[in-house]
Design a protein around this ligand. Structure first.
Ligand code: GDP
Ligand code: MG
Length: 312
């Protein structure tokens, strides 16, 4: 397929089209995923999450620039209803995007929170695959850490950065929301603002009380808008990944992530067969009738529905 070879060559327009296709769950998108499957796995996937306004996009931008200095291609996927990318009016984000658009080694894409057939998490992972296949050595996924599904998306990465800021004052909130559970590195951005050390203490105190395995999660301070602390942050997650590759935890995490991903896709497929396949509505109506006529129990009817839909 022409589109696949264009994706492999890193053609931005082909990549954009490919992502739209997988987002919409079209047959073309599906065929493309089949073609790229043998070439996946080289890109490191970095999840960046945290409350709105903490500086995720600014940090992603700064990380991208540091990585670009080494010449490596970078792909960015932003999943954030409050984000710039997704049509918000924030001037700073527009400027950032335009600057990035001038660099052929950077590909940026926002994912809509609605409309992704089969769920945002599925579409985001598929898009990350396309960036991987197109030769991006690093794929960064920015998600606003508000809902469970956004947290799940970030969690699918090889390394997860959870961003907080003194302004958001939500260290404790983040602890409660499960955000800290998935953090490999906690980043306190806006370290120039008052209260940065206070939130650091809060987090450390909360970690003392919390999960034992989380007590040694490193806390890293940045001022993303000035790029301060960003090269060190990149060095930190580089070292994290290198360590984990050495002791096998990198592969172990990929296996666990892949199991979760396949579960999501399989559930999507079953759901689709049950309710969106040919004759699904008629089957449902017929079996409902059968229960009402007392010729089936509700459980027998549901079993029949499942086995007919799945062809088992
Ligand atoms: N004071 C300060 N502001 C920052 C810093 N990093 C980002 N900002 C600002 O915080 C605002 C939100 O940043 P953005 O990256 O869009 O946050 P996101 O919603 O988490 O993606 C913008 O106005 C940024 O310029 C920082 O280190 N210090
Ligand atoms: Mg953002």
């Amino acid at each position: 397929m022409k589109q696949a070879s264009e994706v492999f060559s890193g053609d931005h327009r082909a990549m954009a089209r490919a992502i739209t296709a997988v987002e919409n769950g079209t047959p073309e998108g599906r065929a493309l995923l089949e073609e790229i499957a043998p070439k996946l796995g080289a890109a490191r996937r970095i999840g960046v999450t945290g409350p709105p306004g903490v500086g995720k996009s600014t940090t992603v931008d700064a990380i991208t620039r540091v990585i670009r200095e080494g010449g490596e291609k970078v792909g960015v996927i932003a999943v954030d209803p409050t984000s710039p990318f997704t049509g918000g009016a924030l001037l700073g984000d527009r400027i950032r995007m335009n600057r990035m658009a001038d660099d052929a080694g950077v590909f940026m894409r926002s994912m809509a929170t609605r409309g992704a057939a089969g769920g945002l998490s599925r579409a985001t992972q598929d898009a990350a695959d396309i960036l991987d296949a197109s030769g991006c050595g690093t794929v960064i996924i920015e998600t606003v850490g508000v809902g469970q599904s956004e947290v799940e998306i970030a969690r699918a990465a090889d390394v997860v950065l959870v961003l907080l800021s003194p302004e958001s004052g939500d260290g404790i909130q983040a602890m409660k929301s499960g955000l800290m559970e998935i953090a490999d590195i906690i980043v306190i951005n806006k370290a120039d603002r008052p209260g940065a050390d206070k939130i650091e203490h809060e987090i450390r105190a909360a970690m003392e009380l919390g999960l034992k395995s989380r007590r040694d999660t490193p806390i890293h301070l940045t001022e993303a808008f000035r790029g301060k602390g960003i090269p060190e942050l990149v060095a930190r997650f580089d070292a994290f990944l290198a360590d984990r590759k050495k002791d096998g935890r990198f592969e172990e995490r990929r296996r666990e992530n892949m199991k979760r991903r396949l579960r999501t896709i399989a559930e999507f497929m079953v759901h689709r067969s049950l309710w969106e396949s040919d004759g699904a509505a008629e089957r449902l109506a017929r079996l409902a009738e059968a229960v009402l006529n007392r010729t089936r129990s509700s459980y027998a009817a549901a079993e029949e529905l499942v086995s007919e839909a799945l062809g088992t």
